[in-house]
Design a protein around this ligand. Structure first.
Ligand code: DX5
Ligand code: ZN
Length: 230
């Protein structure tokens, strides 16, 4: 086992972007019963990314179908405008893109003041250096392993080095409890690789929602991860 493997337990976070939206409640219930650890909700505004999804009115009723923690991954140009409404909708963690707000520190503080934990997402082209001053305030960092906007894209291989470097940065800055989450193109073919370099939270859309059984897909990801993290 690589020395970089995290001490955190491995978490599987289904991205409902690839779910059947005509039966979103049932889909959320199925992944919950199928062993998911949290729900990953992709919020897109058609501006920061060229795609449009959903917002608080769709999120709030999901609590009737699942008791899992919900995280909202905001791919929007003006994330601060959504902090309060996301908290009211029952979101437990807000993940904001570093590229969307020059006042990241203030945004993170406002997320925490609204009772949520905070994560920061980085596009593939964004350097880890933006995290230097804020890492201790974060619950997790979301490394985008595709360019955000759509499900079903191919994993960008250069992400492995970035995840490895983030693991080192956590050690250097004394932030062992910050999780490393990966999002985009993760499947049974590459999950072991991302875990071996330090990822401990895995977002998966297509890999979970494209086959017949959500439960089997989640189990397959866990066993393909190949290591049992304690
Ligand atoms: C992409 C989203 C992802 C997406 C992942 O912008 O942030 O969460 O749903 O989907 P897959 O697993 O299909 O790449
Ligand atoms: Zn996402």
């Amino acid at each position: 086992m690589s020395s970089r493997v995290s001490a955190h337990s491995l978490l599987i976070a289904p991205s409902v972007l690839s779910a059947d939206f005509s039966r979103l409640g049932e889909e959320v219930r199925e992944v919950t019963e199928g062993g998911a650890d949290l729900l990953h909700l992709d919020i897109m505004d058609g501006h920061f990314v060229p795609n449009l999804t959903f917002g608080p009115p769709v999120i709030a009723p999901l609590q009737k179908w699942s008791d899992l923690p919900m995280e909202a991954h905001l791919m929007v140009s003006n994330p601060s405008s959504l902090v309060e409404s996301m908290a009211r909708a029952g979101v437990n963690r807000l993940i904001v893109h570093a590229e969307t707000d020059p006042h990241l520190h203030r945004l993170i503080e406002s997320i925490r003041l609204n009772g949520m934990s905070a994560g920061v997402a980085l596009n593939p082209s964004t350097s880890l250096t933006v995290l230097e001053e804020i890492l201790p305030l974060l619950d997790r960092v979301l490394i985008m392993t595709v360019n955000p906007g759509f499900g079903g894209q191919s994993f960008i291989e250069g992400s492995l080095s970035k995840i490895r470097r983030l693991s080192s940065m956590k050690e250097r800055l004394g932030c062992p409890r910050v999780r490393i989450e990966v999002d985009g193109g993760i499947s049974v073919k590459n999950i072991a690789q991302v875990v071996s370099v330090g990822a401990d939270t895995i977002v998966a859309g297509t890999a979970i929602f494209s086959g017949p059984s959500r439960k089997d897909a989640i189990s397959a990801l866990r066993s393909a991860a190949g290591v049992l993290l304690v």
